[in-house]
Design a protein around this ligand. Structure first.
Ligand code: HEC
Length: 198
């Protein structure tokens, strides 16, 4: 490095204080202090790391994977609770609705209008499965699982979700209608689908 080169670098007056005295092939360096906000952040992370390290190494704190698993568990539980409350079969409500007037008429009419096209006049099946046998694709044929299928549908398989469309009264009415199909052996019954439950 020649003096000649060194002299070519213009050093401003206010930089002289912070100019470091090394020289890398003509490249000089100013010692700019780091911004305060950056330093504070940096020190805070260092301070934070101490209890964090201790808690996770010796304190038995949950790892991210464990935290995720327990969050998923909570979510599933919350969902189940919500379903039980909002969408699940409620025996008391069912009985109350069945006791209302003209419920059988409502049931028959609803089935004819909304279900017959796919499940047949007598539940013998068509586009949709036979509802008179002991074979079920969803659930085990118990009233609660049949209710669930009607209420939520199997939308990606072509069974609409009826709960919101029909409302509680008609949904329970048509549920009763469907439950009464069991063991009726109609003509032209569609072949069994799903698993057998006796
Ligand atoms: C557009 C056609 C269609 C209509 C309308 C329809 N369903 Fe379905 N339903 C299906 C299909 C298709 C399935 C089978 C879904 C599958 O393969 O998972 C099904 C399945 C079911 C099941 C479950 C059967 C099993 O084996 O688990 C029940 C119960 C049912 N429907 C009741 C009803 C009722 C009650 C109505 C009227 C409110 C209705 N469905 C209207 C097409 C229909």
């Amino acid at each position: 490095m020649s003096d000649q080169n060194k002299n070519e670098v213009e050093i401003f007056e206010d930089e002289k204080q912070i100019l470091l005295d090394h020289d890398y092939d003509g490249i000089r360096e100013l010692d700019h202090p780091l911004p305060k906000w950056w330093l504070i952040t940096f020190y805070v992370t260092i301070i934070f790391s101490v209890p964090y390290y201790l808690a996770h190494t010796f304190g038995g704190a949950q790892s991210i994977q464990e935290e995720f698993k327990s969050d998923v568990k909570t979510a599933i539980k919350t969902q189940a609770e919500h379903e039980a409350k909002e969408g699940g079969f409620n025996e008391q409500e069912y009985r109350k609705i069945l006791a209302t007037e003209k419920i059988d008429k409502i049931a028959k009419k609803t089935y004819k209008r909304k279900c017959k096209a796919c499940h047949g006049k007598y539940g013998e099946g068509g586009v949709g499965p036979n509802l008179t046998d002991n074979f079920w694709l969803h659930g085990d044929g118990s009233i609660a699982t049949v209710y669930k299928t009607i209420h939520k549908g199997v939308v990606d398989k072509g069974m609409p979700a009826w709960g919101a469309k029909l409302g509680k009264k008609k949904t329970y009415a048509v549920l009763k209608y469907v439950m009464a199909f069991k063991g009726t052996n109609p003509e032209n019954a569609k072949e069994p689908q799903g698993k057998e439950y006796k």
